[in-house]
Design a protein around this ligand. Structure first.
Ligand code: FES
Length: 149
């Protein structure tokens, strides 16, 4: 049994400490907003925050997250920055297929927490680990700038 602090709540997870956070969220806790894309830290679909920093949940074991704060896409609606980003995502009609977008939002929120006025280079640098096969990058960039207002 591993205790994880997720979105401000301590939750018990009956899984091996080596289990990736992604699978504890999806399979043990039925929190399916975080997506599986590559399973190899290459696409960013599984991005969550660990103590505020964006990490790849598919390769981060739950045992390494004990005593830390995990934040997922499910908490973004009630988060000031998260809500601003999600509203901008809707306004700019960012998603196409939508699969990668929860990871995109988590990376965008992490960027805006540390840089309130990111320029194009800042955005490209922060978002470069989040792959979108629909190519929504221009709308993502516009939405991040809008959310930063
Ligand atoms: Fe984790 Fe692709 S599923 S980076």
């Amino acid at each position: 049994m591993v205790t994880l602090n997720i979105n401000g709540r301590d939750l018990q997870v009956d899984a091996d400490p080596a289990t990736p956070i992604l699978w504890a969220l999806r399979d043990n806790l039925d929190m399916t907003g975080t997506k599986f894309g590559c399973g190899a830290a290459l696409c960013g679909a599984c991005t969550v925050h660990l103590d505020g920093n964006p990490i790849r949940a598919c390769v981060t074991p739950i045992g390494s997250a004990q005593g830390m704060k995990i934040t997922t896409i499910e908490a973004m609606e009630s988060d000031k920055v998260g809500k601003a980003v999600q509203d901008a995502w809707v306004k700019h009609d960012v998603p196409q297929c939508g699969y990668c977008q929860s990871g995109q939002v988590m990376s965008a929120v992490a960027l805006l927490r540390t840089n309130k006025r990111p320029n194009d280079a800042d955005i490209d640098n922060a978002m470069s680990g989040n792959i979108c096969r629909c190519g929504t990058y221009q709308r993502i960039r516009a939405a991040i700038k809008d959310a930063a207002q």
